[in-house]
Structure formats: C-alpha cells, structure tokens
Write a protein that binds this ligand. Structure first.
Ligand code: NDP
Ligand code: MG
Length: 387
C-alpha cells in the first residue's frame, strides 16, 4: 500500500504523543511500523494496541519487568538499545521520527541516518553532540534530515523562497520562557515549579528547563549551524513572546521570510512526514480575524548567559557541543532534583566547557568518551561546595 510508514522513537514523550495524534488523524495515509520507549511500558503497550506496529522496543527495562501479554501477540517486543538500532534499519520504514530526549537519542538517530531513512529530527541533541558526523553521514547515505523543532521547520520552509547562496541570515525566534520579564535577582531564586511553567509550549521536563535558561535556544543555534551548514555568525536570536512566528530567513536583498502558525508541534511533525507535500491537519490555524500583535525584542545575554554559550559552541564545533550538552543534561537533572540552583546551570556548563581538552575533528568514539567524561565532571562540580 502507499501509506507513509513510520518508526517513532520516544513514543511515550511529548513529541511521541503528538506524532501519534498526527498518525491517528491520518490513518488512511500513515501507519506505524516501530515504536520505542525507555521504561514506560504500560503506556507503550496502550499505543501498540491502537497502532499495531510490527515491532516495539523498550530500551530501559527487561522482559522480566514487563507484565506477560502486555503487548498484542502480533507485535514483536524487543529490549535494549542494540535491538533499537537494528529495528530502525528495516526496509519497510520510510521515516524515523526521533523523539528521544538527550544524547541518548544519538545512536538511534545515527542508525536511521546510516540506513538512509528520512529523519523527522526532534532530538536536537544529536546535532549538538555530533552534528558534523551525522550531517556528513546523511550526505553519504542520502538520508534527508527534516527538522521537527518548530524553529528549524520554519527555516526549512522559508529557505524554499530563495537560493542557499542568497541567504544572509537565519533568525531564530525564542519565546523567552517563563523568566523573560524577571529581574536577575528574581531569576536567581527561581524554583523548579517556576521553571517548569512555560508560557506558550507544553513539552517534556528537560526541554522545558532548557527553555527557562534559554539553553534550548543555545542548542538550537548549534542545531541550525549543522542542519543548514551555515556559519554561526549568520545566526541571530530574537525574543518573540507569542511563539507564532517560528523563525525567519533573511536573504541578501533584505527580504525576510517567516513561517507563522499557533504554537503546536503537530504541524512540524506532520510536515516532516509529508514533505514536500502538505495535507490538511489537526493543528489549530491562526485566526487573523481577531486583533493580535506580534512583539520582538533582543535577547538579554546578561540574564540568560546560557544563550552566549550556544553561539560560542556553534562557532567552535569539534568537541565543544558534546561537552556543553552533557554538562547541561547533568545540570538540568540536578536542578530538577533540587541539588542545584537555577543560575548554577549555565555556570556549571561554562566551567566544564572551559576545563575540557578541545579537539576539532573527533571520531564518534571520542565524542562518546567525552560525553561520559563531561557527565562525571559535572557531577563532581555539583557535589563540590567551592563554586
Ligand atoms: P519527553 O521527556 O516528553 O519524552 C522523552 C521520550 O524519550 C520518552 O518516550 C522516553 O521514554 C524516551 N527516553 C527517555 N530517556 C531515554 C533513553 N535513555 N533511551 C531511550 N529513550 C529514552 O521529551 P520531549 O518529547 O519533550 O522531547 C523529545 C526530544 O524532542 C528532545 O530532544 C527535545 O529537545 C525535542 N523537542 C521537543 C519539543 C516538544 O515540544 N516537546 C519541541 C522541539 C524539540 P519513557 O517514557 O519510557 O521514559
Ligand atoms: Mg524549538
């Protein structure tokens, strides 16, 4: 049949759930071949019963942790990351949506790239950690990386309005997060609950904290640098609290192309699946019959020091991304456990970055080793009192 056949990694998360909504609304033209989760097996089993994939993979639990007959008998149930890497390769799967959070998503994404799949890339950490290797590999295998991150999806769409060599600037919009209008003093006292209270987007906990520090925008600058093969100096960030203009491209003649839609991830997920076609969807549409306004303001690097790190790391390339990402994952985790204050998140990241041995052309193995090193250093930083 002519259905778009999808492998969905991280099916139980925020992106995963939105992707399943898209497929549910288009069951005549899309179907699921593979679902993965880490440990949420009950939720995965519910989705498996509804979408009847060939295969499901649980990477964070064993068969003995899961109730017998939890999954429909037609579904093959596999365990562990190695099984996931094999499962994404099967020829039936056309598009792999990468909704795993963190550097844990790297190997699955890379396996799908190596198999030449179309990638609906939500897992931005993959490009932050190994952007050079992954984009090179995609060129070799013919794998197309279609961004799911709303800003990059907007840029991907706006780029279609001109030639690559005529692009002068990529302009990423940022909501500014829950602390956009808070003073530095108030931000220093921010609690976990404050940081999890995002004004415009409903997302998983890690990216929600990243939005509060603006580390998310830092990671997105790095993501854009690799995804679009552009110099970091041609990337700008503008704060846009309504999250309706998802990003913009400026061309050499001064013309700026933007993509607008209400903040909802179903649209970029659906577009990654249907590109280059567009189909009617279930995401809300902009209501321009009502009065509304769009505001833009420059980002404040003093109150959001994480953002500056993004530009520095995007410019350096090499091993800087893996170290920043690993340090940030540990910092976010510690903050969520109340083991770190909010302003310590970017401070920790800068400190680990500064202490690492920079290399400009690391191999995958070297990157994975550095990932482990940076996590250890970050943990040591959080348990020492001298900062
Ligand atoms: P969630 O925390 O909501 O979901 C994470 C998913 O990954 C879950 O299915 C989880 O399984 C699985 N997972 C967690 N840890 C591992 C691991 N070690 N190995 C394998 N699978 C794992 O995250 P989000 O959906 O918010 O984010 C997913 C990715 O998409 C991130 O990279 C994020 O930056 C990006 N993104 C998200 C957006 C959003 O709107 N949420 C917007 C733009 C980008 P389990 O439930 O079993 O733990
Ligand atoms: Mg984004």
């Amino acid at each position: 049949d002519s259905k778009k056949r999808i492998g969905l990694l991280g099916a139980t998360g925020s992106i995963g759930t939105s992707c399943l909504e898209v497929v549910r609304a288009h069951s005549e033209s899309m179907s699921i071949d593979l679902l993965s989760a880490h440990s949420s097996w009950r939720e995965l089993a519910r989705s498996a019963a509804e979408f009847l994939p060939q295969t499901v993979v649980l990477t964070g639990v064993q068969a003995s942790d899961v109730a017998a007959n939890a999954f429909p008998s037609s579904v093959e149930v596999l365990y562990g990351e190695e099984a996931l890497l094999k499962a994404v390769e099967v020829p039936e799967i056309e598009t792999v949506i990468t909704g795993i959070v963190g550097a844990a998503g790297l190997r699955g994404t890379l396996a799908a790239v190596e198999a030449g799949k179309r990638i609906g890339l939500a897992n931005k950490e993959t490009l932050v950690v190994a952007g050079s290797l992954v984009t090179q590999k995609a060129v070799e295998t013919g794998s197309v990386l279609i961004p799911v991150d709303s800003e990059h999806s907007a840029i991907f769409q706006a780029l279609a309005c001109g030639k690559r060599e005529d692009v002068s600037k990529l302009i990423l919009t940022a909501s500014g997060g829950p602390f956009r209008s808070w003073s530095a003093e108030k931000i220093a006292q921010a609690t976990v609950a404050n940081a999890l209270d995002h004004p415009t987007w409903d997302m998983g906990p890690k990216i929600t904290i990243d939005s509060a520090t603006m580390m998310n925008k830092a990671l997105e600058v790095i993501e854009a640098r690799w995804l679009f093969g552009i110099n970091a100096r041609q990337i700008e960030v503008v704060v846009h609290p309504q999250s309706i203009v998802h990003s913009m491209v400026e061309f050499v003649d001064g013309s700026v192309m933007a993509q607008l839609s209400p903040p909802d991830m179903k649209l970029p997920i659906q577009y990654a699946i249907t590109w280059p076609d567009r189909i009617a969807g279930t995401s809300p549409k902009l209501d321009i019959s009502q009065t509304f306004s769009l505001d833009f303001e420059p980002p404040d690097l003093e109150r959001f020091p994480a953002l500056a790190l993004g530009f520095e790391v995007a410019d350096q390339g090499g091993t800087a991304g893996v170290v920043l990402n690993a340090a940030n994952e540990v910092a976010v985790d510690r903050f969520l456990q109340d083991q770190l204050t909010f302003p310590e998140i970017p401070r920790l990241c800068r400190s680990i970055l500064a202490s690492h041995q920079f290399e400009s052309n690391p191999t995958l193995d070297e990157l994975l080793t550095l990932d482990g090193w940076a996590r250890q250093e970050a943990l040591r930083w959080t348990s020492s009192t001298s900062h």
